[in-house]
Design a protein around this ligand. Sequence first.
Ligand code: NG1
Ligand code: ZN
Length: 547
Amino acid sequence: DQQRSLLLDISSRFSPPKGVKLSYGTSGYREDAALLESTVYRVGILAALRSLKTRAVIGLMITASHNKISDNGVKVADPSGGMLTQDWEPFADSLANTPDSHSLVQLIDAFVKRENIPLDGEQDAKVFLGRDTRPSGFSLLEAAKQGVASIVSAIATDMGVVTTPQLHWMVRARNKGLEASENNYYNQLSSSFRCLLELTPQGSRPSGTNNKLIVDGADGVGGEKLENLKGMLSGLHIEVRNSGDGLLNEGVGADYVQKEKIVPRGFGPAEVGVRCASLDGDADRLVYFLVQPNSNKIELVDGDKIMALFALFIQEQLSILNKSEDGTVNRPHQTRLGIVQTAYANGASTDYLKQLGLQVAFTPTGVKHLHEKAAEYDIGIYFEANGHGTILFSETYLCALEDTNNDLLSSSKGSEKQKAASRLLSVSKLINQAVGDALSGLLLVEAILQHMGWSIHRWNELYHDLPSRQLKVKVADRSAVVTTNAETVAVKPSGIQEAINAEIAKYPQGRSFIRPSGTEDVVRVYAEASTQEGADGLANSVAKLVD
Ligand code: NG1
Ligand code: ZN
């Protein structure tokens, strides 16, 4: 039939690279860009099929985030704007690895039948395409378009060069029946930011130089987008550096800053005392930092600390809102606020959050896991230490909050309660509900600092990080390491966990775990201890056990 011959015809132009096994990992496919054409083509097909199955718009993003410029990658956004459902990952894997057009057609045939996908041409499939600034993105975009075009009645819309969170946001907005252009995104962020600033308590706004923020754009797409956004903001002075003239991710960006704890290119002694932030290559990660005097080292304010700031602010608003007239907390109006971290969260951050009385849950690494867990609460906050995270508000909770705010607006406009409700609503609009977003996260950090009247130093003092060390070990087969309990315990190779425990026992406040990376061919080692020497020593001895 028509569909079959279309697929055979187009797919014969895209052959997978020989001898490479691809796998849809923590963040889709990621490889040397030269190896990816057929994979991106096939992910185009997958996105179109997913759109038919869900009867909604699907996103396809071409990026390799913080990885080097010669790499690229591709990932799919589901109708909610979140990551592709895990049920489809095995299909994604078989699709990418099947050797030729005939096996491809057979595979698709079988999957379409099994999933009951309406492939009769009666229903349109819609896929939004986006890419970051990598030079290879242009030809890979063509491959994605061909993939979508291989499904009868599927339409691809090119959103151009965008951040990963922008594309996810657009998919989510469109599926809610809203307008979903880049301008709509900027408008929503800037207007909710303005609302939050208007609700800042009198007298807490820091003045003068305190108000300047310098942002390292990783020489990627985020810097350029922040330049656009910043023109729409008042009450905040942002200077963007590394916004695309230098080499992407080379000595710059959130990943570099967080892992190396060294100033990014273009920052130096002149920035001592200034609030600085760093985005990653596709602007879905955000960290803050302070340049240390007389060295190229930085004081890192990581994803965990961003989360602590968000949690504190949300908790404060909830306690105002949920307090009854006699000062006690209204039980029926208790809001389920949940915090989600991974084993990489600094132990000091977990202690701090628990000491605030918050519920802290752990999931394996990878945004899809954190996101899913956070979605179980009325308000769920998740962050990875590396700066990827966001705040999720459940639909039910948001509706109730809208109602409460409307009631308060008519009964006691301008009261503390009403302001707290308004602030929470503004947060839900400012913070990207689809996926972690460095730009929206940055605006929320800035709004909260102004609300609290805090400098970055004050914020950084919320708690002190335990010294930590991350190492990676190249191994023949990383899948030899199998973990359980949110990756904190290694069940394979057998005996290794006992050996790790024996090392941990040698260090005060020692903690360490190993896990296979989902994005690189390595086993990662993490260690924490009361001193930096301890953390380094523990990481090194655990790495030796893996080797
Ligand atoms: P892997 O390679 O699975 O450790 C890394 C990050 C994740 C996540 C993904 C996607 C660490 C330790 N791991 O995953 O948190 O961000 O990349 O980019 O930072
Ligand atoms: Zn990224």
